[in-house]
Design a protein around this ligand. Structure first.
Ligand code: SF4
Ligand code: SF4
Ligand code: SF4
Length: 374
């Protein structure tokens, strides 16, 4: 089972200002940044699966295993155990959004089998952090919860609960599928990146015309579509909580301060269209439920005008709204006739104003030089 990377989905490909390192942070031994893009060994496989669950834009995928397909297969089956021994190559392929969606979509409680993961390991810590976040978000609007197990009893429980024939065939077909894909060593100690790969084995990705064409499309990752769908079926709570921004890794609410110059960068590069404008570029709209908290808009905003709201309103999960974060007075330039963001004074666009200032400067210099000569 090999790791694949879709350059066009990576926010680093969308802007050189992106500082996203979520995949590197998830798999520091296997993924590194080369020429501003993630790179990894050609032989990199499921042992680095944590990057799948960490990447906000789903830029990574595995050959022979689709997390989206797993979601649907799992909720249709009676198995309520998620285990690297039965149905996933590694629990870390699941993002917080997947975990919340799975809990919401299933009637019976889900147990996540953590047996086999080395206690205190970085991989186990990451998985536990994601489960904790999912449970924290779930607890804000329902009583569903994911449980974990480190002693093997969950396996027993699922075998007792499920009807033997169907479950055995489900589990064995998945086992067959996964054994074909040689899912081994998921929780083994990893070698360091330098030890594990020869330098020439490194896959370095480039941004070509094909990638640029695909980047122009605004895409909502499957995991977000799944979350939308499962939230639609959930009952809204009577009172909506506000969760601390720092406790939520996958979605955000924002505000824009008055330093914004309407340079158009943030809403042009936002990968999902969470930030958008109208035909005249006279406002900036924001759909929190489309935001992946990829931080690209913050990284690319030169005056640092866009900020995270300190709390995330749970109401957004149930009554998603589009908010206008900024409005601009758009006028036609008296010099060139192009529209621009008017902030007062002369009705000339910044480009014409700069040209005029340069012309004045040259004119003054010429006069001075003439004076010197005489
Ligand atoms: S968008 Fe995904 S692939 Fe790109 S740097 Fe961030 S985590 Fe890595
Ligand atoms: S928020 Fe920043 S990036 Fe977006 S339009 Fe304003 S100045 Fe440009
Ligand atoms: S609005 Fe959200 S999804 Fe769009 S660039 Fe900003 S952080 Fe990323």
């Amino acid at each position: 089972m090999k790791l694949h990377f879709n350059v066009a989905s990576c926010v680093r490909a969308m802007s050189k200002f992106s500082e996203c390192t979520k995949c590197v942070d998830a798999c520091p031994e296997s993924i590194q940044i080369t020429d501003n893009l993630p790179s990894f060994s050609k032989s990199t496989g499921v042992e680095t699966a944590a990057c799948l669950g960490a990447c906000p834009t789903e830029a990574f995928s595995l050959s022979d295993f689709s997390v989206t397909e797993f979601f649907f297969t799992f909720i249709e089956s009676k198995v309520r155990l998620i285990s690297s021994k039965i149905n996933v190559p590694c629990i870390s392929v699941l993002s917080v959004e997947h975990l919340i969606s799975l809990a919401l979509a299933c009637d019976k409680p889900i147990t996540i089998d953590l047996n086999g993961y080395k206690e205190g390991s970085y991989l186990l810590e990451q998985i536990q952090t994601r489960i904790e976040e999912a449970n924290f978000v779930l607890s804000s609007f329902c009583d569903k919860e994911l449980s974990t197990n480190l002693d093997g009893s969950s396996r027993e429980r699922v075998e007792k609960e499920d009807s033997p024939e169907k479950e055995n065939s489900d589990v064995s077909s998945r086992r067959d599928f996964l054994s074909q894909a040689s899912v081994k060593g998921v929780v083994k100690h990893k070698k360091t990146f330098d030890d594990a790969v020869e330098a020439e084995d490194l896959q370095v990705f480039k941004i070509d015309a094909f990638v640029i064409a695909r980047m122009k499309d605004k895409n909502i990752p499957d995991k977000r579509k799944i979350l939308f769908t499962t939230l639609k079926r959930a009952d809204a709570p009577d009172i909506f909580e506000v969760l601390p921004e720092e406790e939520i890794s996958f979605v955000s609410q924002k505000f824009i301060d008055e330093s914004c110059t309407n340079c158009q960068i943030c809403y042009r590069i936002c990968p999902t269209g969470a930030l958008s404008s109208n035909g005249k570029f006279s406002l900036i709209n924001f759909d929190a439920m489309l935001c992946l908290k990829c931080h690209l808009c913050h990284d690319a905003c030169e005056p640092d005008s866009i900020h995270l709201q300190s709390g995330f309103e749970v109401k957004e999960f149930f009554e998603a709204t589009q908010r206008t974060l900024a409005t601009f007075n758009i006028k036609r330039c008296n010099e060139c006739g192009n529209n621009f963001t008017y902030t007062g004074g002369e009705q000339a666009c910044p480009r014409c104003q700069t040209e005029e200032e340069e012309a004045m400067f040259l004119h003054d210099n010429a006069k001075l030089m003439k004076g010197d000569e005489s």
